[in-house]
Design a protein around this ligand. Structure first.
Ligand code: FES
Length: 130
């Protein structure tokens, strides 16, 4: 069996939503101390919807594929859905990642969480009651 699914390879070769949003409403940057890979997410939020999302990933192929898939999963979706996006959902949408590469998908979840935290820090009135 191939190590990586076709979907992983496809998102690695043609990552979606790469880049920077200059006037982003939320920006999050996370890194994995062990491998040194870094992921940055930019969110544009209008009302309760993630209207745009872009990423920059300095990392392995699985991290790039995970970021790409994660952006596709939250773009145009309610912010509440983005809050709930897990690395498992990202990996499943990619038709799986090798076990030792699951941490790469964790970066995508954390980067989105970090960008949302930045957004709520700037717009505390938007924060859902917990
Ligand atoms: Fe570092 Fe994949 S090896 S994120």
């Amino acid at each position: 069996m191939a190590l990586y699914s076709e979907k992983v390879m496809e998102h690695f070769r043609n990552p979606r939503n790469v880049g920077v949003i200059e006037d982003a409403d939320g920006v999050g940057e996370v890194g994995n101390a062990k491998c040194g890979d870094i992921m940055k997410m930019y969110l544009k939020i209008d009302g309760d919807t993630v209207t745009d999302v872009k990423f920059e990933t300095f990392g392995c192929g699985s991290a790039i594929a995970s970021s790409s898939m994660a952006t596709e999963l939250i773009k145009g979706k309610p912010v509440a859905d983005a809050m709930k996006l897990t690395n498992k959902a990202v990996a499943e949408a990619l038709d799986g990642l090798p076990a030792y590469k699951m941490h790469c998908s964790v970066l995508a979840e954390e980067a989105i969480q970090s960008a949302l935290a930045d957004y709520y820090a700037k717009h505390p009135e938007k924060k859902p009651a917990t």
